[in-house]
Design a protein around this ligand. Structure first.
Ligand code: NDP
Length: 381
């Protein structure tokens, strides 16, 4: 009998070609959704053990229900030892960037989570897909739209699921904003303002200030949050963007953008304004509607977020956003629930990023966008 590999299974699953004989195959039954996946926890391998993996993702994975930390991929021998003993990771589940592709043979790993500098997202997401693993890719998805296309294509060919590390889509305040927009709780949105910025004073040699590794500055790092806020805060993709860049510390920000503002037009008539910077602290979302307003401040940090509307404050209990996000993605694989942040959403945001840079390069010219409903998982975001 032909051995059914996970890669084969994933591809057939995505093509809808699985027969009942295959569905009875116990170890892989998790991926088909429904009750066969009940109680299963998917193994995640984190790729790149920097600050986000160390202080957010790994701790969150100690409390997840549908997934767990099963492996690591690192260029550091010292981190291999520290992580192996701290998280009880088996030696056979530890990889480096050179032998990473052999993860294809490791049944303990279902999902590869790429948490590397931005310019490495595409390479490792594609290698993960080719290894037959589901992929979570951190933001920004890549450093160009072409890279986003390549990741999406690789996942499609391999028949694996692709999700973005957009933690806010699993977070209750953000979901409440989406509900207001969908149900028109405060009427039609006419203006959205979104800020996402922090002041950077760190090591001038860090990769975020190196264009080859980061692909850009504040815009690709924090700006992605303000782009996202304006989209789920209106429920629409913008049809035009006009942008401006400001530089006050060129000695520090030698290669990457320091501060960017941009204005959006939305198809329903709303206008939007975003601010992003590596030279100021700002973190909010505000929407003016024809029957009131809603706001979040902070809107995009690790939480707890805080919200207020024209009808009063809103409050939700705090849970790790990363825990909710990874459980949502695992649940999508196991039970076919909504993929709250699919790859198309990451690509859409990169199209907007490129249009913003284009507007700046062309003297703040208004750039038309034709995104339709691209990347909107539902009417509400
Ligand atoms: P760090 O600089 O803290 O870590 C990056 C890690 O990548 C390093 O520790 C290293 O891990 C590995 N690496 C491999 N090659 C290189 C290289 N040439 N230069 C530097 N590091 C390298 O970054 P963060 O953890 O803050 O960010 C990683 C990714 O996560 C980024 O894409 C960022 O945008 C995203 N992020 C997302 C957040 C969110 O809220 N969704 C929040 C923070 C970051 P090792 O030593 O194991 O090889």
């Amino acid at each position: 009998m032909k051995k059914i590999t996970r890669r084969y299974f994933n591809r057939r699953l995505s093509e809808g070609l699985l027969g009942t004989a295959v569905l009875a195959h116990a170890p892989l039954a998790c991926a088909m959704g429904g009750k066969e996946g009940q109680g299963r926890s998917l193994g995640i391998a984190l790729v790149g053990l920097g600050s986000y993996s160390t202080y957010q993702l790994a701790p969150a994975l100690q409390n997840t229900k549908h997934c767990h930390l099963a492996g690591i991929v690192t260029g550091s021998r010292a981190k291999e030892q520290v992580w192996a003993s701290k998280y009880n990771i088996e030696t056979k589940n530890i990889y480096n960037y050179q032998n990473f592709d052999t993860i294809a043979n490791n049944e303990d790993i279902d999902i590869v989570y790429v948490v590397l500098p931005n310019s490495m997202h595409a390479e490792f997401s594609i290698r993960a897909a080719k290894a037959g693993k589901h992929v979570i890719c951190e933001k920004p998805m890549g450093i160009s739209v072409a890279e986003c296309d390549a990741i999406i294509e690789a996942c499609k060919i391999a028949g694996v699921k692709l999700g973005m590390g957009y933690r806010l889509h699993s977070e209750p305040y953000t979901q409440e904003i989406k509900r207001y927009v969908k149900e028109k709780t405060f009427g039609e949105v006419s203006y959205i303002m979104a800020e996402a910025a922090y002041r950077s004073n760190g090591n001038p040699a860090q990769w975020r200030l190196n264009k080859a590794l980061s692909g850009g500055g504040a815009l690709v790092n924090m700006g992605v949050y303000s782009i996202q806020s304006s989209i789920y805060g209106t429920g629409e993709n913008p049809v035009s963007v006009t942008a401006q860049e400001f530089s006050t510390r060129p000695d520090y920000f030698k290669e990457t953008d320091e501060t960017i503002t941009a204005q959006f037009e939305f198809p329903g008539g709303a206008t939007g304004s975003i601010f992003t910077s590596h030279n100021a602290n700002a973190n909010s979302l505000y929407a003016s509607c024809n029957k009131g307003w809603f706001s979040l401040k902070p809107a995009n940090n690790y939480g707890p977020l805080a919200g207020e509307t024209s009808r009063g404050p809103i409050q939700f209990p705090h849970e790790s956003q990363q825990k909710l996000q990874m459980d949502d993605f695992a649940s999508h694989i196991l039970y076919g629930t909504e993929n709250r942040a699919p790859g198309e959403m990451g690509k859409r945001d990169m199209i907007i990023v490129e249009a913003i840079y284009q507007s700046i390069a062309e003297g703040n010219r208004k750039i038309a966008l034709d995104l339709g409903k691209m990347g909107l998982v539902s009417e509400s975001n």
